[in-house]
Design a protein around this ligand. Structure first.
Ligand code: SF4
Ligand SMILES: [Zn+2]
Ligand SMILES: [Zn+2]
Length: 336
């Protein structure tokens, strides 16, 4: 390892592809990269994954809804998709944001999403919870019965509620813009946390439904793609800074109480001890999905979960007797 700046009192390792000072050490790959070479590697990973996940059909137009929140992940996603597909006449990219109604957090992040969309010349659609007949998250947190309990599970409950409604919000935006595909900005850390959460719950069905849906579209819903899924969160952040993307840095005030936060700490700790853990978790989910595909191919019956049908109460897609959003409405005592 060379010293990039011999005048510096600190040892700054140099990039393994050039002489510049490194900005990241990828313990999982053994590589040490400067800003420029990290950007090159991130772009390459996203472009390769996009080619695998998005199969554009010759002679057919494809509209992609990119779910943007104003945060770094979706900013990198939108910027990359515009860079890779923006000039294609057979592809339309639309950015979409769900406004959950979280004072102090969502408004500035929406400003970032709007300013990025304007900079890239992309149409930006927004839907609010009240427009979808859901109550805003700030009110949900007040209303949750757990909010007054001693163990204070309100934030955990808040995210369960929010996750369900946001998914419906994204489906609503996809319908509004006539999207054929929905692109989500989940990074490697997010994906690994989700796999671990599903495994901890013994939830094979959710693992089978995990995006990307390229080979297994869930009927009735635009398939989701996740082109950033092999890029670690830290590298996405550095890449967003390298590209000078307008991003909102704050975290949602409800995030820390969420079950995902615990899994985030666990996955980060495991990755620090055993580099490559995140890749292993995501690969395992891929292998489970591929085993299912092999069983189907061998004529072992379709082990896919039942295709969703419209919820009798609100029309949202569900595989149960009513959708999760209506379950949440009941829980919160909200009338239709
Ligand atoms: S952290 Fe929870 S409450 Fe905040 S936006 Fe995410 S899911 Fe919603
Ligand atoms: Zn370099
Ligand atoms: Zn419903």
């Amino acid at each position: 390892m060379e010293e990039a700046d011999s005048g510096s009192p600190f040892l700054v390792p140099s990039c393994d592809s050039c002489e510049k000072a490194a900005v990241v050490e990828q313990a999982y790959s053994g590589r040490i990269l400067c800003g420029k070479h990290l950007a090159k590697s991130v772009r390459k990973k996203i472009s390769k994954e996009l080619r695998q996940q998005l199969q554009l059909k010759r002679g057919e137009h494809t509209t992609i809804l990119v779910a943007v929140s104003g945060g770094k992940d979706s900013a990198v996603l939108l910027d990359s998709l515009v860079d890779l597909l923006g000039k294609r006449p057979d592809v339309t990219i639309v950015a979409g944001t769900v406004d959950e109604g979280i004072e102090g957090y969502r408004p500035p992040s929406i400003d970032c999403a709007t300013s990025l969309s304007e900079r890239l010349g992309i149409r930006h659609e927004i839907v609010t919870y009240p427009e979808l007949s859901f109550i805003e998250m700030d009110e949900v947190v007040q209303r949750l019965p757990m909010a007054i309990s001693k163990d204070n599970n309100a934030p955990r409950m808040a995210c369960s509620y929010c996750g369900v409604f946001r998914r419906q919000g994204i489906n609503h935006l996809a319908e509004r813009v006539g999207a054929d595909v929905i692109a989500l900005g989940h990074n490697l850390d997010d994906m690994a946390q989700t796999v671990l959460m599903n495994v901890s719950n013994g939830d094979i069905e959710r693992t089978l439904r995990l995006a990307p849906h390229t080979n297994t579209p869930v009927d009735g819903l635009a398939p989701r793609i996740v082109p950033l899924r092999w890029v670690p969160e830290q590298e996405i952040h550095l890449y967003a800074l390298h590209r000078s993307l307008p991003i909102h840095h704050e975290e949602c005030p409800n995030a820390r109480g969420a079950l995902r936060w615990r899994h985030r700490e666990i996955v980060a700790g495991m990755e620090a001890d055993v580099p490559g853990t995140r890749h292993g978790l995501v690969r395992m989910a891929d292998q489970i999905k591929s085993l299912r595909d092999q069983v189907v191919e061998l004529g072992g019956g379709d082990t896919r979960p039942d295709p969703p049908h419209p919820c009798p109460r609100c029309g949202g897609m569900t595989s149960g007797t009513q959708c999760k959003a209506c379950d949440m409405r009941d829980l919160l005592g909200v009338d239709d």
